[in-house]
Design a binder for this molecule. Structure first.
Ligand SMILES: C[S@@+](CC[C@H](N)C(=O)[O-])C[C@H]1O[C@@H](n2cnc3c(N)ncnc32)[C@H](O)[C@@H]1O
Length: 394
């Protein structure tokens, strides 16, 4: 096999072997493996410049389904601006922007709405770790010359410098996770070593003390007898670091996180014995993180309780946790569905849009995603958000 895929996998294999050889116990944590497989600067899945999101890629997100998701978020952002007293500048910081489609839809909505005071105040800022994806985003967003759109790194954003909203869609599930394994009443971790040249899982002591602290934070005790031997699950320490950075950069405003996941009690159910790790390759979902090295997405569900608790530690108050379907209903997706029967659209558009809108609210799919909104330095009226109100159908 001499396809480019094979070359990238081979390069990553060598990098992993060198990493293992130079590490103290000749092993690396699963989190380190996932970090290299997804984020190695040259060969990692998100950085190597192959199409990933959308029809030609490996998976869809809500942003792949047309303009409605971005427009409805735009309505929520606009209300946040009003809630904050129409500040200028007003920052919208999109974290992990993928191929830029969500930014395009949000910015298009603001441009068409043509509220001069708002567009003058708006600073649309993208924080994206992948230079290859930054290039894709910049190409897609070139036409928004009348709006202030910039790209920043995490270290460009000063402490307490942002008045506005940090937001992300399917960012946190893409962070590298540690995999833990219950051995009798002791928690151990999945590491990778080399056995006869093959990457091999070994289970040994925890690589990071913060893993135990994590379970204290979310009040889950895996040593309890309900959890069977070899219960395996994930811990997303990177999500805690990320939220601490976001919170310390926010002076006043909101953090909006949309992703698949559960509160801790559901995430760490005793019956979920193999955790939530999953992989996407060419729209097929499977659970082998070692296949298609550098050519598949590897993800884990988000523990929203951890985000809430970590937020509280660093000055973020939980304003609400809901499901994407309810959130979008509250922002008016129902009106958009009704409007499709108004006779204004051609039949193809009606079918396509109706299907997209239904997918966005389908409780067994995207509509079941979690939406967490946290706030900092907000008074009671600033905490009231349209997306968190009870949708009209209820
Ligand atoms: C699953 S994609 C989601 C893309 C997009 N938000 C969407 O809705 O289609 C995850 C994105 O997060 C980016 N990412 C991952 N870790 C990041 C980090 N620490 N900082 C900024 N971006 C990150 C990836 O490069 C990728 O663009």
């Amino acid at each position: 096999m001499n396809s480019p895929e094979f070359l990238n996998s081979q390069a990553l294999q060598k990098i992993l072997e060198a990493e293992i050889a130079s590490s103290s116990h000749q092993r690396i944590s699963f989190a380190k493996y996932m970090d290299i497989a997804l984020y190695h600067p040259d060969y990692g899945y998100y950085n190597s410049g192959i199409t990933k999101i959308g029809k030609e890629g490996d998976f869809f997100t809500s942003s792949s389904l047309g303009k409605d998701f971005g427009e409805l978020l735009g309505i929520q952002f606009k209300q946040m601006w009003h809630n904050l007293g129409c500040p200028n500048p007003f920052y919208l910081v999109e974290m992990g922007a993928g191929n830029g489609e969500l930014a395009q839809d949000v910015l298009n909505y603001f441009q068409l709405e043509n509220d001069r005071l708002f567009t003058q105040a708006l600073r649309y800022t993208i924080v994206e770790q992948s230079p290859a994806l930054v290039a894709v985003q910049q190409h897609l967003l070139t036409s928004f010359t009348a709006l202030d759109v910039t790209w920043k790194t995490w270290s460009d954003i000063a402490q307490e410098s942002i008045v506005g909203c940090f937001f992300s869609n399917e960012l946190v599930d893409a962070f590298p996770v540690h995999i833990v394994n219950k051995n009798r009443d002791k928690l151990q971790e999945v590491h990778l070593s080399l056995e006869q040249g093959e990457l091999t899982e070994t289970i040994d002591s925890l690589s990071d003390d913060r893993i135990n602290q994590y379970f204290d934070l979310v009040e889950i005790d895996l040593s309890k007898s309900q959890y069977p031997p070899n219960y395996r699950t994930e811990v997303n320490l990177k999500a805690l670091d990320w939220l601490k950075t976001v919170s310390s950069s926010l002076k006043q405003g909101y953090v909006l996180t949309i992703d698949y996941g559960y509160p801790a009690a559901k995430y760490y159910r005793p019956s979920r014995t193999q955790g939530t790790l999953q992989c996407y390759f060419q729209h097929r979902r499977h659970n082998n993180p070692y296949a298609n090295l550098g050519y598949q997405d590897i993800t884990a569900h988000v523990d929203f309780t951890a985000l809430e608790r970590q937020g509280e530690r660093w000055g973020l108050e939980t304003l609400g946790y809901t499901q994407q379907g309810l959130f979008l209903m509250a922002l008016g997706i129902g009106d958009r569905l009704n409007e499709l029967s108004s006779g204004k659209f051609d039949i193809n558009e009606i079918f396509q849009r109706r299907d997209a809108l239904h997918q966005l609210i389908d409780p067994t799919g995207l509509g079941g995603f979690g939406v967490l909104i946290q706030g900092k330095n907000l008074n009671a009226s600033q905490q009231s958000l349209l997306g968190l109100t009870v949708p009209p159908m209820f």
